[in-house]
Design a protein around this ligand. Structure first.
Ligand SMILES: [Zn+2]
Length: 75
């Protein structure tokens, strides 16, 4: 696998990504990825990209399900 930006070698690594699913920021840690030795560009395999989407969807639902606000405090 080569860097799609500059064509250099990439190595296996992990990264942290901040996603904005529409309710603030979701930070996903330890995402397996490939990193370019030259330009630090990060690549995900299709599998990982799909999983990030799945996680985002899951968290969206979770947040909707478990968010409890106190009316008096929230109003
Ligand atoms: Zn590169």
């Amino acid at each position: 696998m080569k860097c799609m930006k500059c064509g250099s070698e990439v190595y296996k690594s992990t990264t942290t990504q901040a996603i904005k699913p529409g309710f603030g920021v979701l930070v996903v840690r330890n995402i397996p990825c490939y990193k370019c030795v030259e330009c630090d560009e990060i690549f995900y395999t299709g599998d990982v990209a799909q999983k990030i989407e799945d996680i985002t969807e899951k968290v969206k639902q979770l947040v909707q399900e478990v968010t409890v606000v106190d009316f008096e405090k929230a109003a």
